[in-house]
Design a protein around this ligand. Structure first.
Ligand SMILES: NC(=O)c1ccc[n+]([C@@H]2O[C@H](COP(=O)([O-])OP(=O)(O)OC[C@H]3O[C@@H](n4cnc5c(N)ncnc54)[C@H](OP(=O)(O)O)[C@@H]3O)[C@@H](O)[C@H]2O)c1
Length: 268
């Protein structure tokens, strides 16, 4: 980051911050001068990350309301403020056709991907942001915009998170901005099962020619959390290397377009 975008001295809570996109977000926030509080389930990873960032951390599961409460309390006690909340932790389980999915496992996905985000926003709102303002960024997914094979639980929960983002943006304005970032395929553990066997193939099909790196997503998250985005709320920023437009630019789409264009009426 070359600019602090007004983040210097502000305090941020980032969930799922020990690897992948969350770690990149936490690093960029710290580089911008923010105080950072991280969480994830693995305690050793949380300790290592907090030490690297010169910040604080608390190990736990965001699905546990008690952990969420303790996390917010810790950040308020140590930093005296929470200006930025990044809801990044998520699960892509259960994987499979919805007709075969155990409804309890489906509900677990919603607990982590949607309910935890709401609980965290409630915590920071009542603890700091209602009086002092702030910014929330939820990490959704490009896939929330369409259906896909065997990702029904993940997709429906992320679509709910997208809607939650917009609902909260309406309810918490003008003091608190709430936005989301929707990544395409990014080189992280969560998506390894997709990119490892097929990176070249996927990259070749993308308008920008490569899969995403965690830093690509982090730059968008940090920007939305910063004063540079002070007039943006309820927005979803797609950071996907052109995944969403891929279909329109496929060879087949070009062929159809060329055929239709040749049949188009002459310009008046
Ligand atoms: N990678 C992609 O292609 C992609 C695409 C679209 C959207 N996304 C979204 O981007 C976000 C980050 O994903 P990622 O790919 O960076 O994943 P990742 O590399 O697997 O990292 C996930 C992070 O979240 C933590 N975490 C997972 N479950 C948690 C829980 N219940 N409570 C607390 N912490 C938890 C993990 O640590 P512990 O395991 O120690 O808890 C880890 O720090 C997610 O919201 C994901 O849906 C990713």
């Amino acid at each position: 980051m070359t600019s602090s975008y007004g983040l210097a001295g502000r305090a941020a809570v980032v969930t799922g911050a020990t690897r992948g996109i969350g770690l990149a977000v936490a690093r960029q926030l710290a580089d911008a001068g923010a105080l950072v509080c991280v969480t994830a389930r693995d305690a050793a990873d949380v300790r290592r990350t907090a030490a690297e960032l010169g910040g604080i951390g608390l190990a736990g599961d965001v699905a546990d309301p008690e952990h969420v409460r303790a996390l917010v309390e810790l950040a308020l006690r140590e930093f005296g403020r929470i200006d930025v909340l990044v809801n990044n932790a998520a699960t892509n389980q259960p994987y499979g056709l919805l007709m075969d999915v155990d409804p309890d496992a489906w509900r677990d996905a919603f607990t982590v991907n949607v309910e935890a985000a709401l609980r965290l926003v409630q915590g920071v709102w009542h603890g700091w942001m209602r009086e002092h303002g702030g910014a929330v960024v939820n990490v959704c997914t490009e896939g929330a915009g369409h259906v896909g094979p065997r990702v029904g639980a993940y997709g429906t929960s992320k679509a709910a998170l997208l809607h939650l983002t917009q609902q909260l943006a309406g309810e918490l304005a003008p003091g608190v901005r709430v936005n989301s970032v929707s990544p395409g395929l990014v080189r992280t553990e969560m998506a390894r099962f997709v990119w490892e066997p097929g990176e070249e193939e996927v990259a070749a099909g993308l308008p920008l020619g490569r899969i995403g790196e965690p830093e690509d997503i982090a730059r968008a998250v940090v920007w939305l959390a910063s004063d540079a985005a002070e007039w943006i709320t309820g927005a979803d920023l797609l950071v996907d290397g052109g995944t969403r437009v891929r279909a329109a630019y496929s060879a087949q789409a070009y062929a159809v377009h060329d055929r239709l264009r040749s049949a188009a009426p002459p310009r008046p």
